[in-house]
Design a binder for this molecule. Structure first.
Ligand SMILES: *[C@@H]1O[C@H](CO)[C@@H](O)[C@H](O)[C@H]1NC(C)=O
Ligand SMILES: *[C@@H]1O[C@H](CO)[C@@H](O)[C@H](O)[C@H]1NC(C)=O
Ligand SMILES: *[C@@H]1O[C@H](CO)[C@@H](O)[C@H](O)[C@H]1NC(C)=O
Length: 344
């Protein structure tokens, strides 16, 4: 005696699964939508077809009634995915200002057509890299506007000839930026990196520090090593304070990034990452970068982060603010960060 087909438990399960899939498709607006979704997700990672970063930016014009402005759409209507990035021609400052008429003094921008969901401060540690800076501004301003963000770009400039201290400069940037505004998100950005996809959102993860430069061209669009936290990252002010900011005591090499990754863990958090098909970056001056690539290898830890992190960071930050000026494209904060070990 054999069971009839309908009573066969396998067949019943099959029917159930089939029904669930059918309902899911209906719920999403029919199979054509599923197909379109697939097409779109293919397009946003097709790097053989790139678009100009200024494409359709002029769609965002002043709303007639500023009082009754709606919130911005969750997904920007002008996203294109992969962007064309080239460093062959150095854009002039005047041209960048002209192409970004809605950017206000100090590098401040708010969408003219809607209320932004996020306010992000972009912090760039800087010294005498005028060409990098200009390329960066040319790409970053329209990139951030595409994402309908309220944002400001800060340059934190180290005075003098001493050894560069990126981490300490970023601590200074965070403290100074939070005097201006209650930022939702702090984006810590190297001056020589340009994002290649406008779906790489410059907003924070709610729970954890987010590493965004997960695929740089100079590392063949991979991570150089597993705990890598360099290039571009996004932390909320809460994340930043919870880990006591960045160490003030790393001079010169890139060791601070490993200290930072360790701090994140010691403060009970973990690193989340932008997926590598979106977190793609072009590095400027490729040739020079490969020359000094040695220092990008995971450096041996010289500091005992576990012992030092609670005493070395935002709570021990000392510096002298030399000037704070509003340039049309950024806020220029110049600091004396104190004792600088001489070049060895
Ligand atoms: C720019 O906007 C126009 C009009 O909506 C649209 O047809 C076109 O596809 C957009 N361009 C890109 C690259 O998305
Ligand atoms: C920086 O170096 C230049 C040339 O090496 C020198 O002329 C200048 O005085 C130095 N500036 C400081 C603040 O040490
Ligand atoms: C920033 O301000 C300082 C001090 O006023 C100035 O010397 C420097 O040239 C400025 N840097 C940039 C990139 O605007």
């Amino acid at each position: 005696m054999s069971l009839s087909r309908v009573e066969n438990p396998c067949f019943l399960l099959f029917l159930l699964v089939f029904q669930a899939i059918f309902i899911l498709i209906l719920y999403q607006g029919g199979p054509s939508n599923v197909f379109r979704g697939f097409l779109e997700s293919h397009q946003i990672q097709d790097y053989s077809k790139t678009h100009d970063v200024y494409t359709n930016l002029s769609f965002f014009t002043q709303a007639p009634n500023e009082e009754a402005m709606p919130y911005c759409s969750v997904q920007s209507p002008i996203f294109v995915g992969p962007l064309t990035v080239t460093f062959r021609v150095l854009p002039s400052e005047r041209m960048i200002i002209q192409k970004n008429p809605l950017v206000q003094s100090g590098g401040r921008y708010r969408p003219p057509h809607c209320l932004a969901h996020y306010k992000s401060a972009i912090l760039v540690a800087y010294r005498n890299q005028e060409k990098y800076l200009r390329h960066l501004l040319y790409y970053l301003h329209p990139f951030l506007q595409r994402q309908q963000l309220s944002y400001s770009i800060y340059l934190i400039q180290q005075m003098g000839n001493g050894t560069f201290n990126r981490a300490k400069l970023l601590n200074v940037g965070v403290r100074e930026a939070l005097k201006d505004e209650d930022w939702d998100c702090l984006i810590l950005h190297d001056v020589d990196l340009v994002p290649e996809n406008d779906y790489n959102l410059y907003v924070c993860d709610e729970y954890y520090p987010k590493h965004m430069a997960s695929a740089m061209d100079k590392f063949q669009y991979n991570l150089p090593y597993k705990s890598f936290f360099g290039g571009v990252s996004a932390l909320t002010p809460e994340h930043y304070m919870k880990m006591n900011g960045f160490p003030n005591t790393y001079w010169g090499d890139d060791g601070e990034n490993d200290d930072i990754a360790t701090r994140i863990q010691l403060a009970g958090m973990k690193i989340v990452r932008t997926p590598s098909h979106l977190g793609r970056y072009r590095v400027m001056d490729y040739k020079k970068e490969t020359e000094i690539q040695e220092s990008w290898r995971r450096p041996a830890s010289r500091h005992n982060t576990r012992k030092t992190w609670k005493d070395d960071g935002m709570n021990s930050l000392e510096f002298k603010l030399l000037s704070r000026r509003k340039h049309p494209l950024y806020t220029n904060i110049t600091v004396d960060i104190g004792y600088v070990p001489p070049f060895s």
